[in-house]
Ligand binder design. Structure first.
Ligand SMILES: Nc1ncnc2c1ncn2[C@@H]1O[C@H](COP(=O)(O)OP(=O)(O)OP(=O)(O)O)[C@@H](O)[C@H]1O
Length: 363
């Protein structure tokens, strides 16, 4: 397995890119750890597949280099990069048996037959297809076929990385959960470097150690699920992760206070903001407290979703979502306060860090 270094990579599909808007992938400069499980998460068209294809060698970046364990592979074709790939739709040989499909990548590399047998049997067990080993793949369901594709990605232990491009699209919802958990377990057991593309936040958050959130051709944050939840570095991360997403409210900063129009919030630090920047306060619905004190809100709707309620309200003429616990009450004159530790300030959509807490900088 390998550490993947993305060294000042940019990509434009058209010729002669000039402005940032001409790049489908804006500058990416990161090292991804050997043995890490990374999910590339973002909406359609944000550049996930472009970045994955640059790693696999299907796309050659317009600028920058890609290195596996320090070795420059930018100009190597896919077959020379020693990676396994699992695509959205199963790529298997219908006329071969399930066993032979899994053995194929190993036999291709002249792995001794006893070793092939040992590894194929391990994988068959992991993907729960041992009883199908001798049957041809033709009669399998789409789920089972995709399990074989996953198994073929996992059977080799000499690959630099395993790349997954929305591999669970064709899988039914229950099976998705099972396969995700299996992948997670295999990752723990074998420590593969994995890169997994998805636009589904549940899939990304359950699969990955590190989620790479992309927006408009740019990586806006790389973080653990907890970091993305607690300290979204960009307002987009706040909206996109979480259900409902973070409330983002226009603000005016005066010293250590944010004025939101409908009330003021003490920040506990003095944000440094360039003049003319668009300033916003972000607060997740889970950290808005509904009670008799604080800033007035008007409740428009209450959605009971079992263990808690989602209250939809209007605050300073803007929609606000509030998560209310099972036993929470809605007073006749509702007001809100914010959990001070969960308040984030944004300037031109990027989080402004508290200078006294060093680890809060931009991605
Ligand atoms: N071969 C291509 N030629 C020109 N433009 C392309 C090409 N492939 C992708 N693009 C453009 O690059 C941008 C990023 O596309 P990409 O497929 O990487 O996004 P994505 O996040 O993977 O989207 P999806 O989830 O829909 O697959 C989009 O604007 C897309 O239209």
């Amino acid at each position: 397995m390998a550490r993947i270094s993305l060294d000042h990579i940019r990509h434009a599909y058209g010729p002669n890119p000039k402005s940032p808007a001409d790049y489908s992938l804006k500058e990416v400069h990161h090292d991804w750890d050997d043995g890490g499980a990374y999910a590339l998460l973002g909406p359609s068209g944000c550049g996930k597949t472009t970045l994955l294809n640059i790693i696999s060698g299907l796309v050659s970046p317009s600028e920058g280099r890609i290195l596996f364990d320090g070795r420059d592979v930018t100009n190597l074709p896919t077959q020379d990069r020693n990676i396994a790939q699992v695509f959205q739709f199963p790529v298997i040989y219908d006329t071969m048996t399930v066993y032979d499909n899994l053995a194929f990548p190993l036999r291709n590399r002249r792995v001794p037959e006893a070793e092939v047998d040992r590894r194929v049997k391990d994988i068959l067990e992991m993907i729960d297809l041992s009883s199908w080993a001798k049957k041809t793949a033709r009669g399998l369901t789409a789920d089972q076929k995709q399990k074989i594709s996953l198994g073929r990605g996992l059977v080799r232990n000499d690959v630099s990385a395993i790349l997954f491009d929305e591999p669970l699209t064709v899988i039914d919802p229950h099976m998705k959960w099972v396969l995700r958990s299996q992948l997670k377990r295999l990752h723990k057991q074998f420590g593969f470097t994995m890169v997994y593309v998805t636009h589904d936040q549940t899939e990304a958050l359950t699969f990955a150690d590190k989620v790479v959130v992309m927006y408009d051709g740019e990586i806006v944050q790389i973080g653990t699920p907890a970091e993305l939840f607690e300290k979204p570095k960009h307002t987009f991360v706040g909206y996109f992760i979480g259900s409902p997403g973070m409330n983002v409210i226009p603000a005016r900063i005066d010293g250590t206070t944010a004025d939101l129009g409908g009330g003021q919030v003490a920040l506990g630090f003095r944000p440094e903001i360039a003049s003319g920047a668009k300033v916003e306060l972000g607060i997740r619905p889970e950290f808005v407290r509904l009670g008799r004190e604080g800033m007035p809100v008007t409740i428009s709707k209450v959605e009971d979703i079992g263990r808690h309620k989602i209250v939809r309200a209007l605050f300073a003429d803007r929609p606000m979502a509030i998560v209310l616990g099972e036993n929470g009450e809605i007073p006749s004159e509702p007001r809100i306060t914010f959990d001070p530790a969960a308040v984030n300030i944004y300037a031109d959509s990027w989080r402004v860090s508290d200078p006294s807490t060093a680890a809060n900088g931009r991605a």
